[in-house]
Write a protein that binds this ligand. Structure first.
Ligand SMILES: NC(=O)c1ccc[n+]([C@@H]2O[C@H](COP(=O)([O-])OP(=O)(O)OC[C@H]3O[C@@H](n4cnc5c(N)ncnc54)[C@H](OP(=O)(O)O)[C@@H]3O)[C@@H](O)[C@H]2O)c1
Length: 341
């Protein structure tokens, strides 16, 4: 059976969860597409590169425990990408919200080599989406990014497949789980600092949560959604952004006394033809859609010219990382559907 060879550029939480999910779905992929999925290249910043053209056997070790001595510490990401021993590259390095790098360079290089590319990193969509989309089209390859916003929840795929012909006029929603969790905890009487500490204990609040609290993560997601769905060119620094760092228990109690809740809402639309994005704490009615999004739930509402609004909700799921891994897998399946039809 022919192989589909996969390179993982970045092998942290998402890369490892994806590798495990790929093993679980190997028979499904073989039966459905007639291809055996194999991971032929892996790269991390600290361990270097692992290139195995026939596919890593994963014998005697789990995806999370690849022995260090299989990696060549002299191979960096670009060396692994340029070696070209793969059909599909998954770019899974950490985001730099202010530049989209080095992920954008990784993706550009993969596309120039004629490889299909998947990313879970919203940075490249926020800084270079149009360029990368056009490069992929000119190279005749796929560029997929379902996991970048709301993990594997089918935001892009659903819009692409089920809202064909619609022009998207606005995107809005709650895109950041950390801030939604902190606000929900504060409504329960917990202090800001204790809410952050509890989120850390549960494993989804980062050691340094400032990018979430200051609204940068939500701004990057809004930018990615606007660039892809509304075909605009906007960057995260152009989003009008206010985080939740200034919200106090007194604010939350005052909102509750008026039958309201405070939510970090994102909204992207065109004003006189120009893209305008906002991320800001907003008073919402207690019965409204954003108000019922508790803890780590998020949602996006997509407004269109032909059929009004469609809302997609992401509910919490355990293990949470599998949501993201599924986003990467769904992109791989889309590529397989294209290349094997
Ligand atoms: N975790 C989630 O729930 C989630 C959800 C949606 C999207 N995402 C996105 O998915 C991507 C991966 O997230 P993650 O949670 O897997 O991150 P992570 O656990 O921090 O793993 C990142 C991986 O990238 C490697 N790396 C860092 N810089 C690199 C470079 N310059 N060249 C090659 N490899 C490099 C790291 O290597 P070392 O470990 O050796 O430093 C590590 O293997 C991020 O862009 C993130 O925003 C994550």
């Amino acid at each position: 059976m022919d192989k589909i060879r996969i390179a993982l550029i970045g092998y942290g939480n998402v890369g490892q969860a994806f590798a495990r999910m790929l093993m679980r779905k190997k028979s499904y992929i073989e039966e459905t597409f007639g291809r055996t999925p194999v991971i032929t290249s892996i790269c991390t910043r600290s361990r270097g590169g692992l290139i195995c053209p026939d596919g890593i056997a994963f014998e005697g070790f789990e995806p999370e425990q690849i022995p260090d001595d299989l990696f060549d510490p002299t191979l960096d990401a670009m060396a692994v990408i340029r070696a070209g021993e793969y059909d599909v590259m998954a770019e899974l390095t950490p985001i730099d919200i202010m530049t989209g790098q080095p992920a954008t360079d990784h993706i550009r290089t993969g596309l120039l080599l004629g490889k299909h590319v998947i990313t879970a990193n919203k940075g490249p969509l926020a800084w270079a989406y149009r360029e990368l989309r056009e490069l992929a089209a000119s190279q005749g390859v796929q560029f997929c990014y379902e996991a970048t916003v709301m993990d594997g929840t089918p935001v892009y795929n659903l819009t692409r497949e089920a809202l064909m012909g619609c022009r998207i006029t606005e995107v809005s929603g709650i895109f950041n789980a950390t801030t939604n969790f902190i606000l929900t905890e504060m409504e329960r009487g917990v202090s800001f600092a204790d809410a952050v500490a509890e989120g850390r204990r549960q494993g989804f609040v980062e050691a340094d949560p400032s990018m979430d609290i200051d609204g940068w993560d939500a701004a990057a997601k809004l930018t990615a959604l606007m660039n892809v769905l509304m075909d605009v060119e906007i960057t995260p620094d152009q989003i009008q952004r206010t985080g939740i760092g200034g919200i106090t228990r007194a604010d939350i109690e005052a909102a509750a006394a008026r039958g309201k809740r405070i939510k970090l809402l994102c909204r992207g639309r065109l004003v006189d033809g120009a893209p305008v994005g906002t991320v800001e704490p907003t008073l919402v009615d207690r019965e409204s859609l954003p108000a019922i999004m508790d803890a780590t739930s998020s949602y996006v509402t997509i407004d269109t010219d032909l059929m009004g609004a469609t809302t997609i909700i992401e509910e919490p799921f355990e293990p949470e990382i599998d949501h993201t891994a599924y986003g990467v897998l769904s992109d791989l399946l889309r590529i397989l559907k294209e290349v094997t039809r």
